[in-house]
Design a binder for this molecule. Structure first.
Ligand SMILES: Nc1ncnc2c1ncn2[C@@H]1O[C@H](COP(=O)(O)OP(=O)(O)OP(=O)(O)O)[C@@H](O)[C@H]1O
Length: 206
């Protein structure tokens, strides 16, 4: 998917979080959205995901099949973020089946492959609410990365992951992100050092 931001801004009440932002995102490339805590990375990601409307400017989306209306963009993306909750009452298998009743698997993946990828095969019948925060993060990232969508959005992807988990994340992204548009919001180089481009939100404050 290609995305064009034209002179966009977003404010909450009277405070502009970012403004006068022009940018073109191209399919097959990866972009890191950078900035310190509270600078507006997640807000920008949500505007790009069309789950927040811009207060100024416009966002346009083009897939292989033509233009995509903002209210349909959710069909074309997957997101892993700290503010995206799993269904705590579901077992892992129920969570996977629920997710992939809305989205197709990326080629080469199915339920069993996903369980193995997560390293959680033995926990498949356990409710998510009993998972550790690192286990939940692996689930979120696997669900997002293994869905066959042209737009992949990752916000603070190594939250709650230990060193082994960070290496696992880097491998996962390398294996799954080819051929689509990938955006990563981050403060940690280990999360985005493979990205082709960086955008610093603090450059769009004035
Ligand atoms: N719904 C909202 N209403 C009012 N202010 C908000 C809302 N959402 C975010 N903000 C404010 O917008 C600013 C940017 O927040 P945002 O979460 O986008 O930053 P961030 O760069 O992703 O931060 P972090 O690195 O801590 O996740 C913050 O000052 C935050 O308080």
């Amino acid at each position: 998917m290609d995305i064009i931001l034209e002179n966009i801004g977003r404010r909450f009440n009277r405070d502009w979080i970012f403004r006068r932002l022009d940018y073109s995102f191209k399919v097959g490339r990866s972009y890191a959205i950078l900035g310190p805590n509270g600078s507006g990375k997640s807000t920008l990601l949500q505007v790009i995901a069309s789950s927040l409307t811009p207060s100024a400017g416009s966002v346009s989306y083009t897939s292989r099949h033509g233009n995509v209306e903002p209210d349909q963009v959710y069909r074309h993306l997957s997101l892993a973020a700290p503010y995206m909750e799993l269904v705590e009452e579901f077992t892992l298998v129920e969570q996977i089946r629920f997710h992939f009743s809305h989205k197709a698997y990326l080629q080469g993946f199915d339920e069993q492959a996903l369980l193995e990828l997560m390293g959680l095969d033995r926990a498949k019948d356990r409710p998510i609410k009993y998972f550790s925060s690192g286990m939940k993060q692996r689930v979120k990232l696997s669900l997002a990365c293994c869905a066959d969508v042209p737009l992949l959005l990752l916000d603070e992807p190594t939250t709650n992951l230990d060193q082994k988990g960070v290496a696992w994340y880097q491998h996962l992204v390398r294996e799954t992100s080819g051929g689509r548009l990938l955006l990563v919001c981050s403060n940690h180089e280990r999360e985005y050092d493979f990205c082709d481009h960086t955008i610093d939100v603090t450059h769009y404050k004035a």
